[in-house]
Ligand binder design. Structure first.
Ligand code: HEM
Length: 416
């Protein structure tokens, strides 16, 4: 079994300790899988960017995700990936993302109104569950332009991600009664999402009313690219991929951002620094805390042999806390990303959104959504932590915290 149980117990602690003990490249065995964790910007650049063609995504973890997303952007199949990336990337261009501000602002109004009532009663909120709910409702507005059942999607995505993570951690698990139970729940959850997404696609194909949401842009994506458009099955795969890739990642990043801001009240959030605040939050808590690739052929990284078929692991979380790259790296300091300091960063030491050809396609959407949600909240409220301890990490497919991050909510009158 190799290091499987150590990773199951405390993946980040175990990886961090291994790097401290053995240096920037460490080999592990997880059951039948041989993997190498690398934590040096030059090695990471080699795998994700410079020599990306020698490392693919045909990994155990991506194959598990494929069961949900089909052949889309998160898939292991290079041909399907290329076609989807070509069609989907232009839809997410920064210029379009600049136009979705009003949709985001409108989508947070119900939460803001509810919080006003809570503030009036001196109450508190759990920012983790609040953000999970808010992000799905904002994403549904951006993607489908409609109020689909955010709660139903949220619940189903939760089951899907949990089940996928369970399978990832147990590559050799026997088919026990409990795993059969989880599989059944997983299939039901997937069927629920399928019904919602396919229903919206069918309705949209029939309707003649022009819309300007992401789905409409995906439907017309082929026109500009001059290639065949996405079929209904491909559209379903793309929509589910975007929901799955964007929901927990953005929600967790926001919850951690609120936690970090509340922990350092002297570092006020303002219109001028909200972007830097978010950049610093995803440095300390990058939602995708681990990235995996497979060596297509025998490779050498930093003088070490990487056998064909073995895995390479990259952890943005550990890289972003590497003391050789980040001074006082454990501290929350948005000033690292201020205009005057931005140039000090290289593209290899800060990779919350990945690097190279698989870099996050939703990157500009995340920035727009997250910074606007933070701005809307701090325009209206002061949030204070109820519990001063550091929340425990619960790394799954995304970097969650275990339990709640509860905060008191007070109405605020001024905004700088
Ligand atoms: C804070 C939020 C987010 C973070 C930290 C994040 C991070 C990442 C990272 C690190 C990757 C690269 C994975 C790899 O190289 O294997 C990635 C890929 C991807 N992300 Fe995000 N992401 C976020 C939100 C989103 C959103 C909102 C969407 C869509 C609406 C999205 C869609 C995707 C897709 C489709 C890919 C695969 C791209 C490809 O392989 O071509 N992500 N993301």
């Amino acid at each position: 079994m190799g290091s499987l149980s150590a990773v199951k117990q405390d993946a980040i602690g175990f990886f961090s300790q291994s790097l401290a003990e053995y240096g920037d490249i460490v080999r592990f065995r997880f059951g039948p899988i041989t993997a190498h964790l690398i934590n040096h910007p030059t090695f990471i650049d080699q795998v994700l960017s410079r020599d990306a063609e020698s490392f693919d995504k045909n990994t155990y973890s991506v194959r598990q995700i494929q069961a949900t997303c089909g052949n889309s952007l998160l898939s292991a199949n290079e041909q399907a990936w290329q076609r989807h990336r070509k069609l989907i990337q232009p839809v997410f261009q920064p210029n379009y993302m600049k136009t979705i501000g009003t949709v985001i602002d409108q989508s947070v109004q119900p939460m803001l109104s509810r919080w006003k009532g809570i503030a009036y009663q001196d109450g508190s909120v759990d920012v983790v569950s609040e953000m999970m709910h808010q992000v799905i409702s904002t994403s549904a507005q951006i993607l489908f332009g409609s109020q689909v059942s955010a709660t139903l999607i949220e619940k189903s995505l939760d089951i899907i991600l949990d089940d996928t993570w369970r399978r990832l951690q147990s590559p050799l698990a026997p088919s026990s009664l409990s795993s059969k139970f989880h599989r059944r729940k997983f299939k039901q959850a997937l069927a629920t999402i399928d019904d919602i997404v396919i229903g919206i696609i069918e309705e949209r194909r029939k309707s003649r009313i022009g819309k300007d949401d992401l789905l409409a842009r995906l439907l017309n994506a082929h026109e500009e690219e001059g290639v065949e458009g996405l079929t209904d099955k491909e559209l379903r795969d793309a929509a589910i991929t975007l929901l799955l890739a964007g929901h927990e990642t953005t929600a967790n990043a926001l919850a951690w951002a609120f936690y970090l801001i509340a922990k350092s009240p002297e570092k006020r959030v303002s219109m001028d620094n909200v972007d830097a605040v978010f950049s610093e939050a995803v440095r300390l808590y990058p939602s995708i805390w681990i990235i995996e690739r497979r060596a297509i052929s025998d490779q050498t990284i930093g003088g070490y042999h990487i056998p064909r078929g073995s895995s390479v692991l990259i952890s943005p979380y550990l890289l972003h806390r590497n003391s050789e790259l980040w001074e006082n790296g454990e501290a929350f300091d948005p000033d690292r990303f201020s205009e005057k300091n931005k140039h000090k960063r290289t593209r290899h030491d800060y990779i919350p959104f990945g690097l190279g050809k698989h870099r996050c396609v939703g990157l500009h959407m995340v920035r727009a959504v997250a910074t606007r949600i933070i701005a809307n909240v701090y325009q209206n409220f002061d949030l204070q932590l109820l519990n001063t301890g550091v929340p425990d990490l619960d790394p799954g497919i995304t970097l969650r915290c275990s339990g709640e991050i509860r905060m008191t909510v007070q109405n605020r009158n001024t905004w700088i």
